[in-house]
Design a protein around this ligand. Sequence first.
Ligand SMILES: Nc1ncnc2c1ncn2[C@@H]1O[C@H](COP(=O)(O)OP(=O)(O)OP(=O)(O)O)[C@@H](O)[C@H]1O
Ligand SMILES: [Mg+2]
Length: 179
Amino acid sequence: MKFRGRHSEVYVEGCKAVKVFKPQFKYNFWKEVRYLTILQRRGFVPKIYRYNPRDLTVEMEFVNGLKIREFVKERDFDEVVDVLKACMDICFYLDRMRVQKDEMNRPDRHIIVSDRIVFIDFERACESPKPSNVTQFLEYIRKVTDLSVEREFIYRYKRSFMIRDYNILRAMLFKPYIS
Ligand SMILES: Nc1ncnc2c1ncn2[C@@H]1O[C@H](COP(=O)(O)OP(=O)(O)OP(=O)(O)O)[C@@H](O)[C@H]1O
Ligand SMILES: [Mg+2]
């Protein structure tokens, strides 16, 4: 099986996915390696097995599951809300790491829901003093569920990036679905 992205081709070989970057995307290759490595211990990225700068390949765990786009379409609303909450917590973690994953407002093909939730494709990630993973993901949540939160809670969170303000934002957003 093979997936074709803009920056790479991804070959699936059993339990492995081998991402082969096009030669002009060498810098993206290094970013993917860097962020997968930094985030390895957290469990929400694929396990990285091997990488080779000579042919720009990254060998990683193939995560078998539903892309979030399908998950949102196919599953019950309660299940979807639980997954969105968990994804938003991962976005908060990335914000705290000062890592901007980018395009979290359209994560359709880059979040896989398996026995765990996995974020893939870090080739555009970068370090940022004010990352917007959570705020971009809020746009996505609004698009797929209509849940939204007053701006003041977003501003307060963006000013501090503190867990207290994050928890308030999260509670307000999911007010009807507290668990
Ligand atoms: N570790 C993985 N486990 C399962 N599927 C994967 C994995 N890595 C990549 N894929 C599949 O391959 C597709 C392309 O991967 P990826 O998005 O990383 O490539 P890309 O070249 O960066 O694409 P794009 O230009 O869309 O960003 C993904 O949408 C996904 O379907
Ligand atoms: Mg990509």
